[in-house]
Design a protein around this ligand. Structure first.
Ligand code: ADP
Length: 291
C-alpha cells in the first residue's frame, strides 16, 4: 500500500511538471493565445486535483479496511481458540476426575454455553459473507416479533451472569406481528442484546423494550455500560469496525455484529439509531414501519 502511494505521488509530480513544460512551450510558440492556454491549463489542474483527491481518499479507505481485516482475523482466531480451549478442559476434567452428577451437569452446561457462543459467531460470519456476496435473499414471512424477542431474552438471560441472576429487564408488548426474515431478525436482536451485556460491567442491568406506537414497531435495547463517543456513533455500523485499537480493547468481538444489524434492517425498511443513556451507557433504537 505504501508503494502505491509513492507511485501515486510520483505520477502527480510528473503530471504537474508536464503541465508546466507544456504551458511554457505553448506560451513561447503562441503567446497570442494566452487566454486559451490559461483556461485549458486551469481546467487540467482542477480535473487533476479532483482525481488526486478521490484517489487518495480511496487508497486511504482501502488501507483502513486492510488493517481492520487483519484485526478481524486476529479477533476470530482468538474467539475460536478460547471457547475451544475451555470446552476441551471441561471435557478432560469430566473424563479424568470422579465428579458428582451435579458437577458433571454444571460442566456440561458451561460447555454448552461456549458452544452457543461459537455457534453465534459462525452464524454471524456466514450471514455477513452471504450479505456481502448478495447471495442472501432475505426470505420474508409473517411471524410474532414478541415471541422472538422473548425467546432471545430468555436464552441470554441466565447464560451471561453467574448465579443465574436476572440481568435483562424485558418489557415486551404481546402479539406484535411482523413480516420479515425471521433468521436475519434473530441475528439483529441477538447482536443488540449481546452487545448491551458485553459492553457493560458484569451483571449490570440491560433493558429491552418492544412496543407499538403511532403505527410503528419500536425495539429499544438500553444498557448502563461504557457508552459510545459521539464521533464513533456513525462508524460502529461499518464492517469490521471496533472502537479503540486492538491493543487497548479487552472485549471479545469481530466487528461484524452491527454491520449485520444495519444491513438486515435496511432490507426491512427499518431504521436504527444510537443515543446516550443517562447517566451512562447507550440506547439502540430500532423502528420498523408497518408497510
Ligand atoms: P463487536 O464484535 O466488536 O462487538 P459490533 O459490530 O457488534 O462488533 O460492534 C462494533 C463496535 O461498537 C464494538 O466493537 C464496540 O466498540 C461498539 N459497541 C457496540 N455496541 C455497544 C454498546 N452497547 N455499548 C458500547 N459500545 C458498543
Amino acid at each position: 500500500m505504501r508503494r502505491s502511494l509513492v507511485i501515486f505521488y510520483a505520477l502527480i509530480i510528473y503530471a504537474v511538471t508536464q503541465l508546466i513544460w507544456w504551458g511554457y512551450q505553448l506560451v513561447n510558440l503562441q503567446y497570442k493565445k494566452l487566454s486559451m492556454i490559461l483556461s485549458e491549463g486551469s481546467m487540467f489542474v482542477i480535473v487533476l486535483c479532483f482525481g488526486a483527491y478521490y484517489l487518495h481518499r480511496s487508497i486511504n479507505r482501502e488501507r483502513k479496511l486492510q488493517e481492520q481485516k487483519k484485526n478481524f482475523l486476529l479477533s476470530v482466531t482468538h474467539e475460536l481458540k478460547s471457547p475451544l480451549a475451555s470446552i476441551k478442559l471441561l471435557l478432560q476434567t469430566i473424563q479424568k476426575r470422579d465428579l458428582t452428577k451435579a458437577q458433571i451437569q454444571d460442566f456440561i452446561g458451561k460447555s454448552l454455553l461456549d458452544i452457543e457462543r461459537l455457534d453465534d459467531m459462525v452464524e454471524n460470519m456466514l450471514l455477513a459473507s452471504k450479505i456481502e456476496n448478495r447471495s442472501y435473499t432475505f426470505p420474508k414471512a409473517s411471524f410474532s416479533l414478541s415471541v422472538l424477542v422473548d425467546s432471545i431474552v430468555n436464552r441470554l438471560q441466565i447464560t451471561k451472569c453467574d448465579g443465574n441472576q436476572q440481568i435483562i429487564n424485558a418489557e415486551i408488548e404481546p402479539k406484535i406481528e411482523i413480516t420479515g426474515d425471521k433468521f436475519a431478525l434473530t441475528s439483529v436482536v441477538t447482536n443488540l442484546v449481546e452487545n448491551a451485556i458485553k459492553y457493560s460491567k458484569p451483571c449490570e442491568a440491560v433493558d429491552v423494550k418492544l412496543f407499538q406506537k403511532e403505527g410503528k414497531i419500536h425495539l429499544q435495547v438500553a444498557d448502563h455500560g461504557i457508552g459510545i463517543a459521539d464521533d464513533e456513533k456513525s462508524r460502529i455500523f461499518d464492517k469490521f469496525y471496533r472502537v479503540g485499537s486492538e491493543d487497548t480493547r479487552n472485549t471479545k468481538g469481530t466487528g461484524l455484529g452491527l454491520y449485520i444489524v444495519k444491513q438486515v434492517l435496511d432490507k426491512h425498511e427499518a431504521s436504527i439509531r444510537v443515543k446516550d443513556n443517562r447517566p451512562v451507557g447507550s440506547i439502540f433504537e430500532v423502528v420498523f414501519g408497518l408497510t
